[in-house]
Design a protein around this ligand. Structure first.
Ligand SMILES: NC(=O)C1=CN([C@@H]2O[C@H](COP(=O)(O)OP(=O)(O)OC[C@H]3O[C@@H](n4cnc5c(N)ncnc54)[C@H](O)[C@@H]3O)[C@@H](O)[C@H]2O)C=CC1
Ligand SMILES: O=C([O-])CC(=O)C(=O)O
Length: 326
């Protein structure tokens, strides 16, 4: 058996937390041979509810769960953390865009970034889920000057999974037949679900569907899926978000299959002429606990315009929160 690793999760008593913790503790995220210590952060008024969640975690008698640390102190939650899933933040309601949450949620991520900077493992893997995820990840990263910016990522994997599933449904295949889709940019309505490099059973996806469906049905439906869930469920997606967080971390920690990539929101290094520094969804391969941007993909005018629009939105969001940078 390996030594336990420390996994910090914020918002641990929330909707996503309830769908997430049990899967981390059962080994879905880091594998069946990796014990975990869960370090769970909540705001003080939610500590009672968190205690109930901890009781249930214990009641599962998970073989891989090596300890639980519930706390309302970020310095405790992030102490020696190898992984940090920043979920704790307000969800949006019907009629809101995710960036409308910046005012309510942005302030959470500066202090948490600083606590990660001061207390976490030097190669901690941080995933920001709380919305607006990309810009919150940027706030956390800018408050962690001692850490490599590459430690900080944002979740676009839910969009990636939605895109695979909707393409599989349209083509009468299974989502495992769909390879190499891309979510470029922001986890918002400007995200660009790109099928130009995607295959279905080895065939180019765009040879199987027409451009009118792709441009006018598929892209908006993937972009608006979060809002559709809120409308149907009366609350934002939780189990699918938790599942995507598991997928993101598992790919990062355990690697992507040869020849396949996943979408991750990561600090732009200027690749594909995107503004350096913003946290932008890119196609990534992962190996040995590190991710790399897939380089050299051909970008046509259709894609360029959509990649630039979501870049522009991220630059605007960055300008709105610069006061929160350390
Ligand atoms: N990136 C993505 O794909 C997705 C992101 N989300 C976002 O995830 C976030 C959480 O969603 P839910 O779990 O449904 O919300 P929720 O309201 O059920 O849970 C949020 C939890 O965070 C806690 N919290 C608030 N401030 C905190 C802080 N400073 N430190 C620690 N905990 C704190 C709250 O007490 C609450 O228990 C929302 O911002 C939502 O919009 C949701 C779905 C997908
Ligand atoms: O739409 C929301 O507000 C929740 C979310 O991020 C998603 O489901 O993609």
């Amino acid at each position: 058996m390996k030594e336990p690793v420390r996994v910090a999760v914020t918002g641990a008593a929330g909707q996503i937390g309830y769908a997430l913790l049990f899967r981390i503790a059962s080994g879905d995220m880091l594998g069946p041979d990796q014990p975990v210590i869960l370090q769970l952060l909540e705001i003080t008024p939610a500590l009672g509810a968190l205690e109930g969640v901890c009781m249930e975690l214990n009641d599962c008698a998970f073989p891989l769960l090596a300890g639980i640390v519930p706390t309302d102190d970020p310095n405790v939650a992030f102490k020696d953390a190898d992984y940090a899933l920043l979920v704790g933040a307000m969800p949006r309601k019907a009629g809101m865009e995710r960036k409308d949450l910046l005012e309510a949620n942005g302030g959470i991520f500066g202090p948490q970034g600083k606590a990660i900077n001061d207390h976490a493992s030097r190669d901690v893997k941080v995933l920001v889920v709380g919305n607006p995820a990309n810009t919150n990840a940027l706030i956390a990263q800018m408050n962690a000057p001692d850490l490599d910016p590459k430690c900080f990522t944002a979740m676009v994997r839910l969009d990636h999974n939605r895109g695979m599933s909707q393409l599989a449904e349209k083509t009468g295949t299974h989502n495992t037949d769909v390879k190499n889709m891309i979510i470029w940019g922001n986890h918002s309505a400007t995200q660009y679900p790109d099928l130009h490099h995607t295959t279905v059973k080895g065939q180019p996806a765009l040879e199987l569907v027409d451009m009118d469906w792709y441009d006018n049905t598929y892209i908006p439906e993937v972009q608006q899926r979060g809002a559709a869930i809120i409308k149907a469920r009366g609350a934002s997606s939780a189990a699918s978000a938790a599942s995507a967080a598991i997928d993101h971390m598992r790919s990062w920690a355990l690697g992507t299959p040869e020849g396949e990539w996943v979408s991750m929101g990561i600090p732009s290094d200027g690749s594909y002429d995107i503004e350096p520094g913003v946290i932008y969804g890119y196609p990534c391969t992962c190996k040995d606990g590190k991710y790399e941007i897939v380089q050299g993909l051909e970008i046509n005018d259709f894609s360029r315009a959509k990649m630039d629009a979501t870049d522009k939105e991220l630059r605007e969001e960055r300008s709105a929160v610069e006061k929160l940078f350390a």
